[in-house]
Design a protein around this ligand. Sequence first.
Ligand code: SF4
Length: 337
Amino acid sequence: MSTTLVTDPKLNVEKNGFLDIELDPEMDLFAEIERLKKEKNAIILAHYYQEPDIQDVADYIGDSLGLAQKAQQTQADLIVFAGVHFMAETAKILNPTKKVVIPDLKAGCSLSDSCPPPLFAQFKAQHPDHLVISYINCSAGIKALSDIICTSSNAQQIVESLPKEQKIIFAPDKNLGAYINKATGRNMVLWDGACMVHEIFSVEKISKLKLRHPNAKIIAHPECEEPVLRLADYIGSTTQLLKYTEKDAATEYIVATETGILHQMMKSNPQKTFIPAPPNNSCACNDCPHMKRNTLEKIYLCMEYEVPEITMDEELRLAAKKPIDRMLELSAQFGLI
Ligand code: SF4
C-alpha cells in the first residue's frame, strides 16, 4: 500500500517525470511486484545496466537486441521497461497494441541526446547517396531517418552484408562506428556522438590495474574509445561479454563497460573475479546515471498506476519500425536471434 493517496497520477508524472509517492517502508516490494505481474499480465524487461534488485525481479534481462526481440514477441498486456527512454520507445514501436510503461521518463541517454533528428536530417541531406545505419541507442526520430538499425551484437555483420561499394552513414556512436570501420575495412561517415559512460575509462588507470592483476583479461564494449579498445583481450556487446566470461578459462577480468553487467557476470561465474575498469575522474564508479534513475520503488509504482506511459504518433512509429524490422530480419538470417 502506498502511504499517500494519488488523486491524479498523470499530473504527478508530468511534474516529476515519475510518480513521486512515498511508500510504506515496510512494503515487500518484491512480493507486490510479483502480485502485479500476475494481476495485470505484465512482463518486466530489464537491461543489464539496471541495479541488481531490478535485474532480480525482471522476467527477461538482456541487451538492446534481446530486449527488442522480447518486446516484439511478448503476449503480456503490460510491458514494464526497466531501461532508458529509447529502449521503451523501441518496445512501443514493435508492439503498439500493448501498454508500455517506464519507471522514470527522465531516464534518457547521452548518446541518443547527442543526435537530434533535425540536425541529423541536415547531415543526411549532405550525403544523399549514403545508406543510413543507426545504432539502436537513438530516438524514434532518428530511427525514422534510418535504413537499418543495428546493435553492438550485430553491427559488424549488418555492415558486412552490404556491398563494399555501398556508401554508409553510421550514427550516432562514433566509437562503435570507428570500431566497425576498422573491423570491416569500410569508410563509413560517422555522426559525432558518444556515450558518457563508455568515454570515461582511463587508459592509464586500466594499465596500472593490469599491472596489479597480471592474469586478468581486459574485456570492453565497442562504445569505448579506441585507446581503451586497444588494451582489450576481447571486445563485444554486453551479452557477448557475459557469454565470453562464461566460456573463457581466465578467472579474473577487468570489465570496461557499465557496472550493472557485473551482477550477471558474478551470478553466472561465482568462482571468478570481476573488476570494474576505472574511469578518468575522481569518482570510482562508472554507472550510467540515466539507467540508475530506475529503482524498485519506481518499478512498483509504474506497474500499480500504469504511468508514465510511452505513446507515439502512428506515422513516426511506422517509419521507425521499418529499419528495426530490417535489423531483426538480418539478425535472424545471421542466426543471432
Ligand atoms: S550507458 Fe551510455 S548508451 Fe547506455 S543508456 Fe547510458 S548513456 Fe546511453
